[in-house]
Design a protein around this ligand. Structure first.
Ligand code: HEC
Length: 217
């Protein structure tokens, strides 16, 4: 009987080693992916040119989230070394401070459609946005963007006071019918037009001094 006397090789696994190893890997990953980025970015102040969202824009942001715009549109123009985004007219590469008011952020990963980080600067027309949401193909022939017609009410006859009638291109406007933007559509367009990060001076990248826990006087 020599049970209990077997010598264990260094690489042999037992529960304690597996648990300790797993915890060490998880701890390391959390430090690298959560703690270090938090330390780097926690002192990031919003740039002077960046305005907080108005109530209507914040509501529009929720409409943007609810309708899955983020699945086809990114909001993160890249550096010229990574992609020709500036040449596409999408603006300079974004920096952390540009997102100071964004919770949750809407960076997006897919670019089925153009990046929208500066759509307000590129396309400031409310009429264009409302019409494009109602029927993208009336503005961009062959567009694969879905029409968001449930954000509008179509009615025969005149609009009521206070309603916003949208101006459609003659090709799709039907005589005797008005297309009225619902509050969700108006808020969404407020949000889109507000997406303008073309301000200068450029927000500074976090400096190593800002990373240290105690701010220097
Ligand atoms: C299935 C993918 C898809 C979804 C979902 C989608 N889009 Fe698009 N979007 C596109 C494509 C493709 C284009 C380019 C063609 C065009 O202008 O219609 C585009 C264009 C745009 C443009 C014009 C961009 C420019 O640079 O001219 C805006 C603004 C826009 N989309 C907003 C939205 C909003 C807001 C939503 C959510 C309500 C949305 N999109 C959902 C695919 C999509």
């Amino acid at each position: 009987m020599n049970a209990g006397k077997t010598t264990q090789s260094f690489w042999e696994m037992d529960e304690m080693r597996i648990i300790t190893g797993a915890m060490a890997i998880l701890g390391g990953a959390t430090a690298l992916m959560v703690v270090v980025p938090y330390m780097l970015l926690k002192n990031t102040a919003p740039p002077a040119g960046l305005k907080p969202y108005t109530t209507s824009q914040a509501a529009g942001r929720q409409v943007y989230i609810a309708n899955g715009c983020v699945y086809c549109h990114s909001q993160q123009p890249r550096d010229i070394k990574q992609a020709p985004d500036a040449a596409r007219g999408w603006g300079r590469a974004s920096v952390a401070a540009d997102y100071a008011y964004d919770t949750p952020h809407l960076l997006g990963t897919m670019r089925t459609g153009p990046d929208l980080f500066n759509i307000g600067a590129r396309q400031p027309s409310k009429d264009w946005h409302l019409g494009h949401l109602y029927q993208p193909r009336a503005y961009t022939p062959g567009s694969i963007m879905p029409p968001y017609q449930y954000l509008f009410t179509v009615r025969k006859g005149p609009a009521l006071p206070g309603e916003t009638v949208i101006t459609l291109p003659p090709a799709i406007a039907k005589p005797g019918e008005v297309v009225i933007a619902k509050p969700e559509a108006l808020a969404l367009v407020d949000y889109l037009i507000g997406l303008d990060h073309t301000y200068t001076p450029l927000p500074a990248l976090p400096s190593p001094a800002a990373v240290s826990t105690k701010a220097k006087p």
